[in-house]
Ligand binder design. Sequence first.
Ligand code: NAD
Ligand code: UDP
Length: 345
Amino acid sequence: MRSFVPSEGYSEVTDMPVRKELGTALVNGGAGFLGSHLCERLLQRGHRVICLDNFSTGRRVNVDHLASNARFQLVEHDVRQPFDIEASLIFNFASPASPPDYQRDPVGTLLTNVLGAVNTLDCARKTGAVVVQSSTSEVYGDPNQSPQQESYCGNVNPIGPRACYDEGKRSAETLFFDYHRTYGVDIKVGRIFNTYGPRMRLDDGRVVSNFIVQALRNADLTIYGDGQQTRSFCYVDDLVEGFLRFSAAGNTCHGPINLGNPAEITVRRLAEIVRDLTNSRSQIVHLPAVTDDPRQRRPDISRAMADLGWQPCIGLETGLARTVDYFDGLLTGAKKAGAEKAEVV
Ligand code: NAD
Ligand code: UDP
């Protein structure tokens, strides 16, 4: 068992005894896309923040700008191994999230979600922390109901290539509710629907990052299948606001709660919007459909509206424009760096 103590500044792992520190928020997976935005907002709210990550799909650069904040600490750790951290609030965001990422090491993905949940819940049980789980719309699988309500039990193929993630997240939900019923842990389970924004990786393989990067490079926009499958895309700032409200909701509010943007569009339409926004010369091409790809996905967010007073406020075109700016900056920076390197050589 590794113990970490909240310390001043940006430090690596320490094996020191645990100290009680009120107002500390632990973010597992904090160096990832969503986790890094969450760390930022928690610091803005005045929390001391410990970001725990094994950097498998996340990156140090996502939290570099927080390094100078004395209330921020970075800990390198794998949630599959037990840990003991004194925090009053824990967010468990540690898991690969993009299909190519989570299918690269399916056993590792399943274990990250199951053992990660057990280790996170054990930590919360010891400290009395409120513990928030980043669950997913994938618990509904390829849904036979639309929009998806939290009461819907889903349609997941337990032996398909997505199962390592879907069943991992479903098992994690089971563990969260069993720790609540058995040990009284104050849990919150949020089911995230497709969320996008700055700090997604250029190559993470998800549809928004793929389409934007392809469009900016005037390369083909690759639609898997007929493009008639739907998703409902939420901008990262809206999502983080939903999680912050959920984490502050009373100790009778455990969820599960859908957190996402109910504006549903086809993947084909998304490709067209991205191409227009970027003034790209890209062609739209169709590649074979991927196995078990959900045909439709749209959250029913009535529960989030009623219990958290939350709904997304950033529209798709606004959010996409901000994300395009981000990727454009990355690609332009990479080009400049390449040119400078070539000059030196
Ligand atoms: P991401 O891949 O950018 O972030 C995941 C982070 O977890 C990374 O920093 C990664 O290094 C870390 N991590 C992975 N395995 C770990 C391990 N064993 N130990 C410690 N750290 C580990 O993905 P994201 O989009 O930011 O997703 C964050 C969370 O939200 C995930 O749990 C994901 O399942 C969930 N989620 C995201 C979406 C979305 O649309 N972005 C949708 C549904 C659920
Ligand atoms: N998709 C696509 N082209 C891509 C990447 C994804 O058509 O380059 C499709 C994918 O098959 C799915 C949808 O876009 O139908 C959303 O995929 P993503 O991987 O972003 O998220 P998820 O499948 O987990 O919802």
